[in-house]
Design a protein around this ligand. Structure first.
Ligand SMILES: [Zn+2]
Length: 223
């Protein structure tokens, strides 16, 4: 077990000891919980004794500990970074061709077979977040494409979320694993080189799980 895992386990067991009812009755709905200051102070103490002298790191470990227990939602911490990388670097470097709904459905089915997931439904719907059109991957079952985002890159992006959702990943947001799946799909459907896309991610410090990407790329047959 790593030093950090041990430290996390220590604050978790402290929480179980002082507040067993809280842990078992807590609504695991992903709302950020507020721990009382005395309790936090003790946790800081525990972590400091484990050699974590930086309070920021200690907070980080505590948040991870609560997330692991399922009482605090995993933050989609790479979302902004991923969007920036996609919009400014990755998608412009690709042949991002437009799709009709029928084509999108065909690609979704082909992708599902390629990466061993259940075929999702694809629909067009105009959804907005903060006034901007968005596409959505819902419950591992449905890809909802915005009418003005009918293109291969958007579809591959949403299908990567579907993969994580179907495989029961705790974090189905824009993780390093998410990007790994995405570049495997983009390499296939944009007829680009997987190695080139991997290189692009690394050059621009985009979060990517390189090992997962290479493994998935290897087991995924050519189109
Ligand atoms: Zn996304």
């Amino acid at each position: 077990m790593s030093k950090r895992k041990i430290a996390k386990a220590m604050v978790q067991s402290h929480l179980y000891t002082v507040a067993p009812d809280f842990v078992s009755n807590c609504h695991r709905d992903g709302t950020k919980i507020e721990m009382n200051p005395e309790f936090r102070a003790v946790c800081h103490d525990i972590l400091a004794k484990q050699g974590y002298s930086n309070p920021g790191t200690r907070n980080c470990i505590m948040n991870e500990a609560w997330r692991d227990l399922g009482i605090q939602k995993t933050r989609d911490s790479f979302r902004k970074k991923t969007y920036n990388f996609e919009d400014c670097i990755l998608y412009p470097a690709l042949n991002n061709f437009p799709l009709t709904l029928d084509q999108a459905r065909l690609v979704a089915s082909m992708t599902a077979d390629l990466i061993f997931i259940n075929r999702p439904e694809v629909v067009i719907e105009d959804n907005k977040r903060n006034g901007l059109s968005i596409s959505i991957a819902r419950d591992g079952k449905q890809v909802i494409l915005s009418p003005n985002m009918m293109n291969i890159c958007t579809l591959c992006h949403e299908l990567s979320h579907i993969y994580l959702q179907q495989n029961g990943d705790e974090n189905t947001g824009h993780t390093a694993k998410f990007m790994a799946i995405q570049i495997v799909l983009l390499a296939r459907f944009c007829e680009d080189s997987f190695d080139r896309l991997l290189q692009l991610c690394k050059e621009h410090n985009a979060p990517i799980d390189e090992e997962f990407a290479c493994n998935l790329n290897q087991v995924t047959p050519e189109l």
